[in-house]
Design a binder for this molecule. Structure first.
Ligand code: SAH
Length: 286
C-alpha cells in the first residue's frame, strides 16, 4: 500500500530507449503482459481520494512515472490494472489516457469521477454512466458545425454498447447496498439512481445557473457536465479502445456548486467509485 500523494518512494523509473526489434512501448517499459481475464485495465480517477482508495486495495502495486504522472500498476480483485490520476481538464486527461493506451497498452479504460448534474431528474448523489459524450466547448464554426470534432466528422462519441450495458448494470448493482458504506441519511442524500445518457465535457467548472441553462439549451438531452470524459473518449476512439465514463453527481452546476466539494468527494464519491470499480472487476466486466 502506498500513499498516492508521496512521490519519493516510487519505483521503476522508465527507460525510453528503444531496443532493436521492440516496437511495443509497453514492452520497453516492462509493462506488457495480460491479466487473467480480459487484459490490462486502465483506471482513471479524477480525484486523489478516489485513487488512494483504489491503491489501498491493491496488494502488489508498484509506481511508474511517465509524463509527470505516477501510474500504479498491480492487481485489484485479481484483475491486472493500472490506476492513475486523470488530471483536471481535457488536455490533462488526454495526456493520461494516451499514456495508458500507448505506453502501458491497456485494453480498456474506465474513468470515475464527479460531475455537475444538468438533467432534470439527475440529483446530487446519483450516478451517470455515459452512453455518449460531447465536448461542449468545441466550436470551430463556421468551418465545422458547432461541437463537431474537426477531422472526425462527429460531435458525439459513443462507448461500445456492450461494455456500456455491462457497466450500467454493474453500477446499479454496486449502488444497491451502498448505504452500508456511506451514511446517506446523515448526509441528506437519497438512495442513488443510475442514469444512462449524454455527458458534456469542457474546460470550465460550471458554477452558475445561467451557464448550466446555456448548456441545457444547446444540448437538451445532456445529463451531466464535467471536464474530462469526452477527451478520454476521443483518445480511446483514436486507439480503438473500449472505455466507460462513470460520474457521481457532486453538484447541480449552479451557484452552490463549489460548496463542500472536498467533503462530498471524500465521503460520497470516493466510496461510490470504489464500490463501482470493485463490482465491475468482480463481475469480470469487459
Ligand atoms: N476542488 C477541486 C477542483 C475540482 S475541478 C480541486 O481543488 O482539485 C472539478 C472536477 O470535478 C473536474 O474534474 C470536473 O470533471 C468535475 N466537476 C464536478 N462538478 C463540475 C461542474 N459543475 N462543472 C464542471 N466540472 C465539474
Amino acid at each position: 500500500m502506498h500513499d498516492a500523494s508521496s512521490s519519493n518512494d516510487t519505483v521503476g523509473s522508465v527507460s525510453s530507449s528503444s531496443q532493436p526489434g521492440q516496437t511495443d512501448a509497453s514492452d520497453q517499459l516492462g509493462l506488457g503482459g495480460h491479466g487473467g481475464h480480459g487484459g490490462l485495465i486502465g483506471l482513471m480517477a479524477a480525484m486523489p481520494q478516489e485513487l488512494q482508495a483504489l491503491i489501498d486495495l491493491m496488494p502488489d502495486e508498484s509506481a511508474v512515472r511517465r509524463g509527470g504522472r505516477v501510474f500504479w500498476r498491480g492487481h485489484l480483485h485479481g484483475r491486472e490494472v493500472v490506476a492513475v490520476l486523470s488530471g483536471i481538464g481535457k488536455v490533462a486527461a488526454s495526456i493520461t489516457a494516451t499514456l495508458l493506451a500507448d505506453a502501458f497498452g491497456v485494453e480498456q479504460i474506465w474513468f470515475t469521477g464527479v460531475a455537475g448534474g444538468l438533467g432534470a431528474q439527475v440529483r446530487v448523489g446519483d450516478v451517470v454512466v455515459a452512453s455518449s459524450l460531447i465536448q461542449h466547448d468545441m466550436d470551430a464554426s463556421p468551418l465545422f458545425p458547432r461541437h463537431e470534432l474537426p477531422g472526425l466528422g462527429r460531435s458525439r462519441l459513443h462507448p461500445a454498447p456492450e461494455l456500456t450495458r455491462q457497466v450500467h448494470e454493474g453500477v446499479a448493482q454496486a449502488l444497491l447496498d451502498v448505504h452500508q458504506h456511506v451514511p446517506l441519511h446523515a448526509l441528506g442524500l437519497p438512495q442513488p439512481r443510475v442514469h444512462l445518457g449524454l455527458i458534456a465535457s469542457g474546460d470550465q467548472f460550471v458554477a452558475s445557473a445561467e451557464d448550466g441553462e446555456t448548456l441545457r439549451n444547446h444540448l437538451p438531452d445532456v445529463l451531466a457536465v464535467e471536464m474530462e470524459g469526452a477527451a478520454v473518449a476521443q483518445v480511446c476512439d483514436a486507439f480503438g479502445l473500449p472505455f466507460a465514463v462513470i460520474r457521481t453527481i457532486s453538484d447541480r452546476a449552479d451557484a452552490s456548486a463549489h460548496l463542500d466539494f472536498t467533503r462530498f468527494v471524500e465521503q460520497v464519491a470516493s466510496p461510490y467509485s470504489l464500490a463501482i470499480v470493485s463490482a465491475l472487476l468482480r463481475a469480470q466486466v469487459g
